[in-house]
Ligand binder design. Sequence first.
Ligand SMILES: [Fe+2]
Length: 215
Amino acid sequence: MNQRVNIYGFPHKGLRNALGKLSFNLGKLDVSSEEQIQEIKLLSNEVSELLKLHLHSEEKHVLVPLKEKDPKIADHNHEDHLKMERLEDQMMFSIHQLIDSPDIGIAIKSYQETNLFIREYFRHMDEEENEINEIIWSHFSDEEILEWQGKILSELTPDQFFSWFKYIIPALHPLEQSIMLGGFKQNAPDEVYQGTIHGLKPFITEQQFEYISNI
Ligand SMILES: [Fe+2]
């Protein structure tokens, strides 16, 4: 069986990585460490930005065409997005409280809200990668799905692109890394490409750095 284009594959791997990090860092947080609080602030803001970007690009570039073919499933996915937004707001509200007044009680609450978000969001992503993909594949060709992907990528600023790379690249297996970075290498000026590879060094293993430096 030929493998179909999975519009969700790469961003979902990146989001699982980023959310796992957020939960891990909140779980071990020393509330007296200003440095760790600042790390939580940067990480949670970045996770929140990626979640919003991802949700809006799905709404605009996946659900609009899907609704024409299968309004019921598109409406269901849209309703689920609204639920994810509410849970994300709840998670970010407690994390902002923690950043403003670090305290063990609020740290525990932020950890729990984050894990509740992860529980629901991982379920949501799994549904998209399975049930929703089956419906997408029954109505659209790989070329059409790649066109959606192209539109999504073309709307990202260079900073947003790099934020995605930071979480996606370490979460991919080597073949996927060559697909993603190979495409980027073809389309970006050489100094931008080399700068990006170098910038990724702190976020990946030595072995991964060695591999992606030779793509
Ligand atoms: Fe989604």
